[in-house]
Design a protein around this ligand. Structure first.
Ligand SMILES: [Ca+2]
Ligand SMILES: [Ca+2]
Length: 297
């Protein structure tokens, strides 16, 4: 179902801090912060949701991850998925008390959303894309008006109640299980302090349209970028803000990702299938699958 198209629609900039399909954007929060959140009495239940086909080969890794997270103050609920539908999965999540988030591992089913919209030039477009907001928004009412199996309307509160991360490696180059093993080994080293990241954050802001004269570009590269830098400066001693239109492009971003960061916040035109940078007034190459391949999941 994956189509690779450069969207002609610079309608919105999407703040990506979660998994996409076939690529991974990692964000990090200092472990001390994770701990303080749970100590503050906020919801700290995390669901580890695993596709049955990957559970067996990785059971030891999951148990270790659960122990690591519990030591940091979280309470873990493990849920193995076999043939449940997305709506059944959403119902399950709704019924977990004090749920803060869900880490989905393996080919957990997803839903798609479709809509018609106008870009900043007034041109009409139709788009259809996978959306994990479906699992994050546990209070909104998702509607498929024309019954074609694709959601097209959200009634009520569409904001997220929980976070959702997705580790999907079946469509990457390499063995699905081996890639996940590597990830969880690395994650264990991080959670136990063997792998440390320098206390620095990167904010990377690209323009919204090739012309770069629209209000969205002005806001994202201006006020929002500075507010984000100020906020992150309270947590990280070093915050690097890259927002110069002369520099921001796909290869520069990938090069910067290879440096060590505790947190990377990317603000770029994105969709369900990749990030689409703009450089020198033109659409630059996009980033999707080769991102995880080149960086090592
Ligand atoms: Ca529909
Ligand atoms: Ca909601």
């Amino acid at each position: 179902m994956v189509s690779r198209r450069v969207p002609a629609i610079p309608l919105c900039m999407i703040l990506l801090a979660q998994l996409g399909f076939g690529f991974v954007v990692t964000t990090g929060r200092p472990l001390s912060r994770q701990l303080s959140l749970s100590q503050a009495g906020r919801p700290d239940v995390i669901c580890l949701m695993v596709k049955d086909t990957v559970y067996g080969p990785l059971e030891e890794k999951f148990q270790r991850w659960k122990t690591d997270k519990e030591k940091l103050g979280a309470s873990i609920v493990v849920k193995i998925i076999s043939s449940e539908s997305p709506s059944q999965i959403r119902s399950f999540l709704k019924n977990v008390t004090n749920l803060a988030g869900c880490l989905m591992v393996g080919d957990i089913p997803y839903v798609e959303f479709e809509w018609n919209y106008s870009d900043v030039y007034g041109k009409q477009f139709y788009d259809r894309f996978p959306s994990d907001l479906y699992f994050m928004d546990l209070s909104g009412d998702w509607v498929d008006s024309n019954g074609n199996g694709v959601y097209d309307k959200i009634l009520g509160d569409l904001g997220p109640e929980i976070w959702v991360g997705r580790l999907k490696t079946s469509n990457l180059s390499g063995n699905e299980i081996d890639l996940l093993k590597h990830y969880f080994d690395k994650n264990h080293d991080y959670l136990t302090g063997a792998l440390t990241m320098p206390p620095r954050a990167l904010i990377y802001v690209d323009e919204s349209t090739p012309e770069a004269t629209d209000s969205a570009t002005e806001y994202y590269t201006g006020e929002l970028a500075l507010k984000t830098r100020d906020a992150l400066s309270k947590i990280y001693p070093e915050v690097v803000l890259v927002r110069s239109l002369e520099y921001t492009n796909a290869s520069d971003y990938l090069n910067r990702l290879r440096e060590s960061w505790s947190l990377v916040r990317l603000n770029v035109h994105s969709g369900g299938f990749g990030h689409y940078f703009i450089y020198d007034g033109k659409w630059d190459c996009s980033i999707h699958q080769h991102l995880s391949g080149s960086l090592g999941l």
